[in-house]
Design a protein around this ligand. Structure first.
Ligand code: AMP
Length: 280
């Protein structure tokens, strides 16, 4: 039975009696099978599984979709129950950021925060690092689980844990997709009419780049160029970036490289911003 908890006091009381290791799955809710894959990974490795649902205002810019972000706590609770989650922690904003010091922004190194999504979402990763630091300090989980769909975020969290010397292990889980290839995302709920069909082109372009690399037809540079040309012909889709970055540190990829990197894409379908990536 999942216990829904909304206050830090109640959470700490509950944690006293729950066995370790504790696995934490941070989410912004509207849970889907991508989130469930993290919950399953946590259940395999930990005696106690905590999911938090918190739409973190610090990681949204004023022009972004903080207000429109899908929220459905009743459904999230049901999903947690189905997957034997012990605690669903869903605190209100005032509970998480009780005083100013709680929202003092963590400064993420420039080489991580200024690339890919950081180019257009300038304080986004500081907001992410700040909220994850807060929850790690509150819960002190042995393990914390993230999806590779947000691959840049995984790197930011690994930096965070190392920088603050948290004894928490960061686990990363593969991207879960629909049969069509579309990466699951809470934001997919905001796609209307033919927008879902249009959104399939993110994965199509990543896969096209990867397959042509594998057969030796493309270099990374050529793959990027061809993908951008392909995507520029898709009506209703606006590419923000299509790039190749190394798995290890997200540094740039030379045209000689043939493996150990990923193609990354961010694009807008209408006003819905989607991201995806693929390993080569
Ligand atoms: P979000 O609720 O979008 O902040 O995501 C919470 C966590 O779930 C993050 O670690 C995401 O990377 C992960 N996640 C979201 N979508 C997927 C997916 N399709 N496959 C795997 N993990 C995902």
């Amino acid at each position: 039975m999942t216990k829904l908890i909304k206050t830090i006091e109640e959470l700490h009381k509950e944690l006293e009696s729950l066995p370790k290791p504790v696995g934490l799955v941070p989410t912004m809710g509207a849970l889907h099978n991508g989130h469930i894959s993290l919950i399953k990974a946590a259940s395999e490795e930990c005696k106690t599984v905590i999911v938090y649902v918190f739409v973190n205002p610090l990681q949204f810019a004023p022009n972004e979709d903080y207000k429109e972000y899908p929220r459905d706590l009743d459904r999230d609770l049901k999903k947690c129950q189905e997957n034997n989650v012990h605690i669903l922690f869903a605190p209100p904003v005032e509970e998480v950021y009780q005083d100013e010091s709680n929202k003092a922004l963590v400064e993420v190194p420039y080489n991580l925060s200024s690339i890919l999504c950081g180019k257009t979402r300038r304080n986004h990763f500081s907001g992410v690092a700040t909220v994850i630091k807060r929850f790690i300090e509150l819960i002190k989980p042995e393990n914390i689980y993230f999806g590779q769909k947000d691959y840049q975020q995984v790197h930011v969290i690994k930096w965070l844990v190392k920088n603050f010397q948290f004894p928490t292990i960061v686990r990363e889980c593969p991207i879960v997709r629909e049969d069509s290839g579309l990466a699951l995302s809470s934001r997919n709920k905001r796609l209307k009419g033919d927008q879902k069909e249009i959104a399939l082109n993110l994965y199509k372009s990543l896969n096209y780049a990867k397959q042509n690399m594998k057969t030796g037809i493309f270099t990374p540079g050529k793959a990027i160029l061809e993908s951008i040309v392909f995507l520029s012909n898709v009506k209703g889709l606006e590419v923000e970036y299509f790039e190749a970055r190394k798995n290890e540190d997200l540094s740039e990829v030379s045209d000689k490289e043939r493996k150990n990197f990923r193609f990354f894409i961010a694009a807008k379908v209408g006003d819905v911003r989607l991201i995806d990536n693929i390993e080569v």
